[in-house]
Design a protein around this ligand. Sequence first.
Ligand SMILES: CC(C)(COP(=O)(O)OP(=O)(O)OC[C@H]1O[C@@H](n2cnc3c(N)ncnc32)[C@H](O)[C@@H]1OP(=O)(O)O)[C@@H](O)C(=O)NCCC(=O)NCCS
Length: 273
Amino acid sequence: MVPDPDRWPSSTGGKGFTEVAKKVHDMGLKFGIHVMRGISTQAVNANTPILDITTGQAYEESGRKWSAQDIGIKERTCSWMQHGFMSVDTTLGAGKAFLKSLHTQYAEWGVDLATSHLNNYSISDQALESRGFILCRTIDELNLDHLNSVFVAVGFPKRDPQKIRVALENTDSLLWVEYTKTSKPVAFARATGDGVFNAIIWDVVVDPSFQGIGLGKAVMERLIHQLLLKGICNIALYSEPRVLGFYRPLGFVADPDGIRGMVYSTRKQKKMK
Ligand SMILES: CC(C)(COP(=O)(O)OP(=O)(O)OC[C@H]1O[C@@H](n2cnc3c(N)ncnc32)[C@H](O)[C@@H]1OP(=O)(O)O)[C@@H](O)C(=O)NCCC(=O)NCCS
């Protein structure tokens, strides 16, 4: 792994973060980095060899050389950066060799501390998959009639699928859960916004047959995480009184600092006419 020289000019010439670490140390501080867990898709696509730091050569075991495609788990991509990273099979000698080479490189640069990106979800993607649920983040495979049926089943008004499509195409972040046995959506949530400061969450639904098993929380935790990673701190939603207790443990508060939400009332306008 090498830093991008455009963003980190001091890394030019293969120096990595050496100069940055030196500067930080000169200030009397420790130098820590936060890295993505797993191996980059770029390395897996290029099938780069795994470095064995004890020999300085490609890692060899069972009479062959090992490379990135041997250790990257393509079915376990990073849930919010699916084209960026994937898990590493650390049960393999080559997987362990990869992590050793990576952390040796950080140490050689002068990094004192490396933390890796771990999600603290109440239920992991893997646990959901083992129960037959797949998390999806695009509308490519989403059947809008089936989604509409879920909306109707929870009491939302039935909407024109064409309008739903337009709404979803104009949505920044969305998440839905497919039940593999039926290939139908059973949970959904989405957020619209300006992409940097503000987001509003809409259409949080779980099919009534699948409520109470953690899907609503699973979807909301990931949606909030996705927004926070974009740097969006102002996340709002409208809650029906009966679901306030669902949103509160997820970090939502009503009337923060006395601020009240207001909605333009078309009903009131009609009365005034
Ligand atoms: C609200 C809704 C999305 C919750 O989804 P769900 O999958 O049933 O909820 P989960 O199983 O993930 O529950 C997560 C936690 O919230 C709690 N919870 C769920 N619904 C709740 C409610 N209405 N009031 C208080 N707590 C609730 C659960 O007990 C659980 O608590 P735990 O983490 O301590 O075990 C779902 O019930 C739903 O679709 N309701 C109809 C549509 C709706 O009202 N949407 C919100 C519009 S504002």
